[in-house]
Design a protein around this ligand. Structure first.
Ligand code: UGA
Length: 443
C-alpha cells in the first residue's frame, strides 16, 4: 500500500519506518527542510533504539522516502497519517495549528479518495475539525473529492517505540466507515497476525481512549508518589509497599514506581489537555487536578531534600547529577524532573556537574553555555569534587556502584536518589547519607 506520513517526529518517523519495514511504500513529509535533508543522508534527529538502522534499511530498499513537498505527499498515499506535534497552548489545551495546517494542505492537493488518519494525540472532536478543514480547502478550489477521517492514536513509549508499534497490545481505530475499516485492516495486517489486535470504535471514543490511557498511567504514578511521601513520614519503606500491592493482579506491578515525578512529552501535556477538555465540557476534573498537583510537587522533592541536607544553604555547592533525560533510553528532556532540580539549584546559587548517556547535547541545546552547568563525559567525573550526588534518571549504567569509592569522591557524603536505584542498607553501610523517595529517610 502507498502510505504518506506527515511529521517526522517520534510518532511519524516510527510509523513510517515500521510500515515500510513490512513492505508498504511510505513517504514521510515534513516542512522542516533541514530535518528532511538530514534524514535523506541517514541522520536520525532523535535517539530511539533500533530506529536508525530501520530507517536506513528501508531507504536503501526504496520503500521509505522523504519530501518537503505537500503536493507530492498528498498524491502519494491512499492513507494519509497526520503525526505532527500538538504542543500545549498557554492554557494547557492542545494546540491544533499544525494538525489543521496539514488538513488544509491535504484539502488543497487531494485529487482522489484518501483516508486521513489522526495519529497525533488530539482532543476529542478533532476529527470533525480536520474534516471541516479539508472540506473548506476543497471548496476553495471548487473541487469535490471523497475522503474519510479516522482516529488511530499511537501508544508507543519513547525508548521502546519500535517494539510498541510492532508488538503493541492494541491497534485502536475510530471510524464510522466500512471502507476505512477494510483499508486500515490491510495496512496493519502484517502487525496483526498472531491475534486480532484491531479495535474498531467510534471516532470520539478512540480520541478519548488515548487520553484516558495516559491519564490512568499518570494517576498510578502520582498515587504511588503520594503513598511514598506518606511512607517517608511514617517510617515505612515504599518499595516494600510497592511489592505488597503490585502482587495483586488488579493493581499490577507496572507504573507504580515512585520517583521524582513523571516527565516527557506526553503525560504532563496530556493530563493538562484532558483537564482543559473537561472544564470546557463543564466538568470539574477533581482527580486529574490532583494528579497534576502531586506531580508538580514531586518534581521539587530532590531539591527540598538537598536543601534539608545542607541546612537550607546550597550556595557555592556543586551537585553531581546522574541523568538528565526524563527516563532511560531517550535523549528527551521535555518536562524532565532534572530540569526542575537544576533550575532550583541554580536559583539557590549551586553549580550542577551533570552526566547523561544520551541527553548531553539536548541539555546544552536547552541551556546553552553557562558557568553553573558543567557537562562531563561520564558518571565518574560527575561526582569528582562534587558536594553531593543527585539521581534523576535510572539509566542501567548507574545501578552498580562502589559506594566506598563514591564516598571518597563526594565532599559531603550525601546522595539524593529520585529513582530509588540503590539498596539503602548497602549505601548507608558505606557511611553515605542516602535520601531516596519514600524510604523512611525523612530528614
Ligand atoms: C507514555 C505512555 O507510556 C505511552 O503508552 C504513550 O503512547 C506515550 O506516553 C504517548 O502518549 O505518546 P512515554 O512518555 O514515552 O510514554 O514514557 P513512559 O515510559 O510512560 O514514562 C513517562 C514518565 O513516567 C517518565 O518520566 C517515567 O520516569 C515516569 N514513570 C513511569 C514513573 O515515575 N513511575 C513509573 O512507575 C513509570
Amino acid at each position: 500500500m502507498n502510505v504518506t506520513v506527515f511529521g517526522t517526529g517520534y510518532v511519524g518517523l516510527v510509523t513510517g519506518a515500521c510500515l515500510a519495514d513490512v513492505g508498504h511504500d511510505v513517504m514521510c513529509m515534513d516542512i522542516d527542510a533541514d530535518k528532511i535533508a538530514g534524514l535523506e543522508r541517514g541522520e536520525i534527529p532523535i535517539y530511539e533504539p533500533g530506529l536508525e538502522a530501520m530507517v536506513k534499511q528501508n531507504v536503501a530498499a526504496g520503500r521509505l522516502r522523504f519530501t518537503t513537498e505537500a503536493a507530492k505527499a498528498v498524491a502519494f498515499g491512499r492513507l494519509q497519517f497526520i503525526a505532527v506535534g500538538t504542543p500545549p497552548d498557554e492554557d494547557g489545551s492542545a494546540d491544533l495549528q499544525y494538525v489543521l495546517a496539514v488538513a488544509k494542505s491535504i484539502g488543497e492537493h487531494i485529487d482522489d479518495y484518501k483516508v486521513i488518519i489522526n495519529k497525533s494525540t488530539v482532543p476529542v472532536g478533532t476529527a470533525d475539525k480536520v474534516r471541516v478543514e479539508v472540506r473548506n480547502a476543497l471548496e476553495a478550489r471548487g473541487h469535490q473529492v471523497d475522503f474519510d477521517v479516522c482516529s488511530n492514536p499511537e501508544f508507543l513509549k519513547e525508548g521502546a517505540a519500535i517494539e510498541d508499534f510492532t508488538q503493541g497490545a492494541r491497534i485502536v481505530v475510530g471510524t464510522d466507515s466500512e471502507r476505512v475499516k477494510a483499508l486500515m485492516r490491510e495496512c496493519y495486517a502484517p502487525y496483526n497476525r498472531l491475534r486480532d489486535k484491531l479495535m474498531f470504535m467510534d471516532i470520539r471514543a478512540a480520541e478519548l481512549t488515548k487520553y484516558a490511557a495516559n491519564a490512568m498511567l499518570a494517576t498510578k504514578i502520582s498515587f504511588m508518589n503520594e503513598i511514598a511521601n506518606l511512607a517517608e513520614r511514617l517510617g515505612a519503606d515504599v518499595e516494600q509497599v510497592r511489592h505488597g500491592i503490585g502482587s495483586d493482579p488488579r493493581i499490577g506491578y507496572q507504573f507504580i514506581y515512585p520517583g521524582c515525578g513523571y516527565g516527557g512529552s506526553c503525560f504532563p501535556k496530556d493530563v493538562q489537555a484532558l483537564m482543559r477538555t473537561a472544564s470546557q465540557a463543564g466538568y470539574e476534573p477533581a482527580l486529574l487536578n490532583a494528579v497534576e498537583t502531586v506531580n508538580r510537587r514531586q518534581k521539587q522533592t530532590l531539591f527540598t531534600k538537598l536543601m534539608q541536607a545542607f541546612d537550607g544553604d546550597l550556595s557555592g555547592k556543586t551537585i553531581g547529577l546522574w541523568g538528565l533525560a526524563f527516563k532511560p533510553d531517550t535523549d528527551d528532556m521535555r518536562d524532565a524532573p532534572s530540569r526542575v532540580l537544576m533550575e532550583a539549584l541554580w536559583d539557590a546559587g549551586a553549580k550542577v556537574q551533570a552526566y547523561d548517556p544520551q541527553a548531553m547535547r539536548e541539555c546544552r541545546r536547552i541551556y546553552g553555555d553557562r558557568d553553573d552547568l558543567i557537562l562531563v563525559a561520564d558518571r565518574i567525573q560527575a561526582v569528582k569534587g562534587a558536594d553531593a550526588l543527585a539521581i534523576c534518571t535510572e539509566w542501567k549504567d548507574f545501578r552498580a556502584v562502589d559506594f566506598d569509592w563514591l564516598k571518597q569522591q563526594l565532599a559531603s557524603p550525601v546522595i539524593v536518589d529520585g529513582r530509588n536505584v540503590f539498596d539503602p542498607v548497602r549505601v548507608r553501610e558505606a557511611g553515605l547519607l542516602y535520601f531516596a523517595v519514600g524510604r523512611g529517610d525523612s530528614l
